[in-house]
Design a protein around this ligand. Structure first.
Ligand SMILES: [Zn+2]
Ligand SMILES: [Zn+2]
Length: 262
């Protein structure tokens, strides 16, 4: 296997004066998750931590206005593309339904397609994703990197986030929403003052995954029913570009029709 060496592993885009989107562009699009750095007056938050191929926190500290400030890590759920670097942070928050999984990941923990169940690969193809090569990485983070050495580590939670809890960054605060369907303990963060919703994998503008271990279409329907009642202005999803409420309602309608027809 010969993979090129990436010039930079992470890519950051400032979305507004306090929110930065970070991605790993050399991960296969299927597992290329969005990470959001939100800088608050009292503390910063990283929502999700990518695959953990190389250390994330030193990179985040180059982006933060005050790298000495406290930073808390919130995991929206515990799929491999969202908790890779969770162990690098001192404060690690997750929904109770996925705390055990975060401590000891039981799903995919390597970069290799050979370790992904055939059925799961088929689900991804059916959902509209392109086929995966031998590995989930399409470039090496540095010369000499051996993909065989990668293992998803996970970490035990230092605190739990349930529906109705608040994540307080000082000048900004987010309401925790339990959004199961894609995963049993999936959470979103809603900022009532602005209508901004970090929805993670509950809804994004790309193929949604609703069939697999821990997934439930009835739960997904209830999650969508909740989202439709929220005065959302902007949705930052777990994958793909952000979108507005009108697009959110379109995506919801598309999947509700698909499930109704099944
Ligand atoms: Zn994801
Ligand atoms: Zn996911």
């Amino acid at each position: 296997m010969t993979l090129p060496v990436a010039e930079t592993w992470f890519n950051a885009t400032r979305l507004d004066d306090h929110t930065t989107l970070i991605i790993e562009p050399h991960i296969h699009v299927l597992e290329q998750a969005n990470m959001f750095l939100v800088e608050g007056s009292e503390r910063d938050m990283i929502l999700d931590t990518g695959m953990g191929v190389i250390p994330l926190k030193p990179y985040l500290d180059t982006l933060r206005r005050d790298p000495g400030k406290e930073i808390i890590c919130v995991s929206s759920h515990t799929h491999i593309d969202h908790i890779g670097a969770v162990h690098e942070f001192d404060t690690r928050l997750v929904h109770p339904a996925e705390a055990a999984e975060m401590a000891r990941p039981s799903g995919l923990t390597t970069l290799f397609r050979r370790d992904m169940p055939e059925r799961l690969l088929q689900t991804f193809l059916d959902a509209g994703y392109p086929p995966i090569g031998e590995t989930l990485i399409e470039a090496l983070p540095h010369a000499g990197y051996d993909p065989e050495t990668y293992r998803l580590r996970g970490a035990h939670a230092t605190g739990l986030l349930s529906h109705g809890d608040t994540v307080d960054l000082g000048d900004r605060s987010y309401q925790v929403l339990h959004l199961p369907g894609h995963s049993p303990g999936g959470i979103g963060l809603f900022e009532a003052a602005t209508g901004v919703l970090f929805a993670a994998d509950a809804i994004y503008d790309g193929p949604l995954i609703f069939e697999g271990p821990g997934m439930s279409v009835p739960d997904y329907r209830a999650t969508f029913a909740l989202l439709k009642t929220l005065p959302v202005t902007t949705v930052h999803g777990g994958h793909d570009p952000s979108f507005d409420r009108a697009r959110m309602l379109e995506i919801i309608a598309e999947y509700e029709a698909l499930w109704d027809a099944a």
